[in-house]
Design a binder for this molecule. Structure first.
Ligand code: AGP
Length: 575
């Protein structure tokens, strides 16, 4: 889950690389580094820390040269250290590489490279030594062809050499896209350069390219030239500036009414055709299987619930388990939900589904993402750039889309009033903040739900874990007595989601209170925090917004980073 960027142009590379890596930082922020080429000499600056922390220390823009590469790391192999930070160099320091992905056979390759001095604990470093060795007898292009054959694993790689004004870019499974204008910027995603150009060329698997400031050429894995289409892309220039908010998370929570409105309008206008095609596919398919990870999976649980209310059966599977549990045939419709469109587990699941000739629908937030480009049909949830690692507005728009689908099949829900209802939840922020302050010191929190509120219980628990670092368990209220209730002690906080006086949920509240729990109810008529709806369709969204605010205030009370939580990255692009 790293971010990589390369620049070849007329201007100094370092400022462009720094600007780009700041836009890529959501993909990982354990360490950051940059290498530029000037007068046949490579210079590398790198260290542990976020982009701004390391830039303050090392002053990236002092690096000379009009060609360069940069990297922001989420550690997979090897700890968070300066030595393990990218770029990595060959022994002779004449080759620099950055890598996103995992080289699965790096140990075997390392053993074959005896005589080379490896200084890091990473799998990626082997790439620099591999090219150094190959260049003893091959051209760089021949070395790229050999690399494609020899490597097992996933990669988006950029390579620069001391004696060439070219960048070499190679891709397998990890995303890589070339931005085309009077300069060439190559990066892990479009957003990195969407403020510079709207023209892009996408790498397919096992392609590599040679890129200079004047030109570029793509090749397939055999070295045959490949003609590539230049896509003109539209990008909602959702200025991802924090504006008046202290954190992106609060900005993105507050954007929810507007982005819900934007999506609902889009489903009646520019995305109407695709939406109707999706409805037709659902109607005609023998079997419907959702696939997603994390928060997006919780949205699919709600999707399956809503369709079930319309007597349309849909299964939902967590992407990393998809192959173990999915029985996919030709007439199966697989609907993938992914905010980033780059989650490796989802990509793997779709590869499996495609191998079974299933129809694929992608519901994504990032246009032109890998998941979208693997699909037969796609819908964009139009939540705009979501910078905070924790998903908020993207979840609400995923659920809004799923509610729109169910509404078409007879689920009685009014969505037009949803933005206003979300705004009315915002008015409860002072009360939510007060409860958050009481919860901040706790070690464990349980969140209970039933039916439609079970997925919401899971989603709120996930937010609590990833943003406030409190262990939280989101579970079915009905499961409590089957074991978990043993953990309830005096003062244990238990948040219960009670929609329309759900008697079974109210009994769960009594049961935990009888054992000393601190019961907190998020309800439709009664509760510590009452949300303005009596409809189980919108309750899911409104209760989630309460949970988002609750988590935000808990983390703020604890003085935690919020937008960039420890150990996490916005897009999990490794298995
Ligand atoms: C949600 O807050 C997390 N950041 C994480 O669970 C995320 O939802 C998951 O990694 C899936 O990401 P995707 O929607 O981009 O596929």
């Amino acid at each position: 889950m790293c971010g990589i960027i390369g620049y070849a142009g007329k201007e100094n590379a370092a400022p462009h690389l720094l600007h780009g890596i700041q836009r890529l930082e959501y993909r990982g922020y354990d360490s950051v580094g940059m290498a530029t080429l000037n007068n046949q000499k490579l210079t590398v600056l790198k260290d542990v820390g976020t982009v701004s922390e390391v830039d303050k220390k090392l002053h990236f823009t002092t690096l000379p040269g009009t060609l360069g590469i940069a990297h922001t790391r989420w550690a997979t192999h090897g700890g968070v250290t300066k030595t393990n930070a990218h770029p990595h160099l060959s022994c002779d320091k004449k080759i620099a590489i950055v890598h996103n992905g995992i080289i699965e056979n790096y140990k075997e390759l390392t053993e074959k490279l005896n005589g080379h001095l490896f200084i890091s604990e990473t799998d990626s470093e082997v790439i620099a030594h591999y090219f150094e060795e190959k260049l003893k007898s091959k051209t760089m292009k021949e070395a790229c062809i050999a690399f494609m054959k020899d490597i097992d694993g996933t990669f988006a790689i950029l390579v620069i050499k001391h004696d060439e004004n070219n960048m070499y870019a190679l891709r397998r499974d990890s995303p890589l896209v070339l931005g085309v204008s009077q300069e060439h910027v190559i990066a892990s995603d479009l957003y990195t350069f969407s403020d510079k150009t709207k023209k892009a060329v996408f790498f397919e698997n096992d392609e590599f390219a040679i890129i200079s400031k004047e030109k570029y050429q793509f090749y397939d894995r055999t070295g045959k030239e490949v003609k590539k289409k230049v896509h003109e892309f539209i990008w909602e220039q959702e200025e991802s500036k924090q504006q008046q908010y202290e954190h992106f998370m609060m900005k993105e929570i507050m954007e929810q009414p507007a982005v819900v409105k934007r999506l609902l309008l889009s489903l009646k206008t520019d995305q109407k055709d695709n939406f109707e095609k999706l409805l037709k596919l659902i109607k005609e398919s023998h079997k419907i299987v959702f696939v997603a990870s994390g928060t997006s999976y919780h949205a699919t649980l709600l999707g399956a619930y809503y369709l079930h209310q319309c007597e349309i059966e849909a299964q939902t599977l967590i992407a990393s388990e998809f192959e173990h549990f999915a029985s996919i045939e030709e007439d199966t419709l697989v609907i993938a939900l992914s905010q980033s469109g780059e989650t490796m587990d989802v990509i793997d699941a779709l590869k499996y589904a495609k191998s079974k000739k299933a129809k694929i629908v992608a519901v994504v937030n990032v246009p032109y993402s890998t998941v979208q480009r693997m699909s037969d049909l796609s819908i964009n949830i139009l939540a705009g750039q979501e910078v905070c690692v924790a998903a908020t507005k993207s979840f609400v728009n995923q659920v809004t889309l799923l509610l729109s689908i169910a509404q078409h099949f007879g689920f009685d829900v009014s969505l037009d009033e949803l933005p206003e209802k979300i705004i009315s939840v915002f008015k409860r922020a002072p009360l939510i903040e007060k409860i958050a302050k009481e919860l901040a010191p706790t070690r464990d929190i349980y969140v209970l739900g039933r039916g439609l509120s079970y997925p919401v219980a899971r989603e709120i628990a996930l937010k609590i874990k990833e943003i406030s670092y409190i262990h939280a368990e989101g579970m079915m209220g009905g499961e409590l007595k089957h074991g978990t209730i043993a953990l309830i002690e005096e003062g244990t906080p238990v948040i219960s989601l009670v929609c329309n006086h759900d008697q079974a949920m109210l009994s769960n509240v009594k049961e935990v209170e009888a054992r000393g729990a601190k019961a907190i109810i998020i309800g439709t008529e009664i509760g510590d925090i009452v949300v303005p709806t009596n409809h189980d369709g919108t309750f899911g969204i409104l209760a989630t917004v309460v949970g988002q605010l609750l988590t935000y205030y808990i983390a703020k009370e604890k003085g935690l980073p919020i937008d960039k939580p420890r150990n996490l990255a916005k897009s999990v692009t490794v298995r």
